[in-house]
Structures are given as structure tokens and as C-alpha cells.
Design a protein around this ligand. Structure first.
Ligand code: C2G
Length: 131
């Protein structure tokens, strides 16, 4: 079984996220999503999520491409995660291109083209304008 691993915040889930998850799952037989906790987002990414970790986890677990959702608590856990979850492939959108090449000694590293014109930031901005 070929195991794929990917990371993200997945707040305000949208079709760009789904496109990524679908293509990631197509690279193997089992997809693990390592989901940023609320604390990690706030303390390390300066992001305040609209939905809590539990809600974001619940939504991801409902997606047919996703087999397992586990917490991302820090930037450093990737090296141990790929071993712990026996990942054969590490996948991220290409906004992260090159950032995780250090994992190449443990697994295949794939950066997939982002879906253009959609982002959580843009959704928040356009909704912010609505009365
Ligand atoms: N993504 C995409 N197309 C978009 C938006 C996002 O392909 N229009 C991808 C991102 O490249 C990422 C995944 O969807 O691979 C999740 O996106 P985010 O939730 O924004 O992830 P991010 O906040 O970048 O967290 O340790 C890594 C971090 O946890 C990544």
C-alpha cells in the first residue's frame, strides 16, 4: 500500500483544497492529512481559523480522498511523521515548492500546482465586504 501524507490548515474548506487532496490521493492508496491545530496556527502561523481544529478535522474526514486526519502541532514534526506514518510520498501545493526537500532522503516529495483564484484569504476578504 502506497501511503501519501500532506499538511495544511484547511480552514473554510474550498475546491482548491479538494483539488489538492484528490490529486494527492491519486499518487497512492492511502492519504494522511496532518491538520494544523488551533494553537499551532495561532502561535506559529499567526492565523486565526474560522473553524476549530475539531470542525476542520470533521470536514476533512468526510472527504472520500482522506483516510486519516492527525494533528500538526509544530513545524518540526514532518521528519518524524513520515517515519511514524510510513509515508512513501509527501505532497504539498507548489506555494511550498522546495521548502520540504529535506524530506527527500525519507520519501518522495511532490509539489502540486495550486488551484489558482481561490484561497481562504480571498474568501474572507470578499465576505468581509458583504453586509
Ligand atoms: N492549496 C491549493 N490551492 C489553493 C489553496 C490551497 O492547492 N487555491 C493547497 C495548499 O498548497 C496546501 C493545501 O491546499 O497544500 C492546504 O492549504 P492551506 O490550508 O492554506 O495550508 P497552509 O496553511 O499552507 O499549511 O506545515 C505546512 C502547513 O501546515 C501548510
Amino acid at each position: 500500500m502506497k501511503r501519501v501524507i500532506t499538511y495544511g490548515t484547511y480552514d473554510l474548506l474550498h475546491y482548491g483544497h479538494i483539488n489538492l487532496l484528490r490529486r494527492a490521493r491519486e499518487l497512492g492508496d492511502y492519504l494522511i492529512v496532518v491538520l494544523s491545530t488551533d494553537e499551532f496556527n495561532w502561535n506559529m502561523k499567526g492565523k486565526k481559523c474560522y473553524f476549530s481544529y475539531e470542525k476542520r478535522k470533521q470536514m476533512l474526514e468526510a472527504i472520500r480522498y482522506v483516510d486519516l486526519v492527525v494533528p500538526e502541532e509544530n513545524w518540526e514534526q514532518k521528519n518524524t511523521d513520515v517515519v511514524k506514518y510510513q509515508a512513501d510520498v509527501f505532497v504539498m501545493g507548489d506555494d511550498w515548492k522546495g521548502k520540504f526537500d529535506f524530506l527527500k532522503d525519507k520519501c518522495e516529495v511532490v509539489y502540486l500546482p495550486r488551484t489558482p483564484e481561490i484561497s481562504t484569504t480571498e474568501i474572507k476578504a470578499s465576505l468581509g465586504g458583504l453586509k
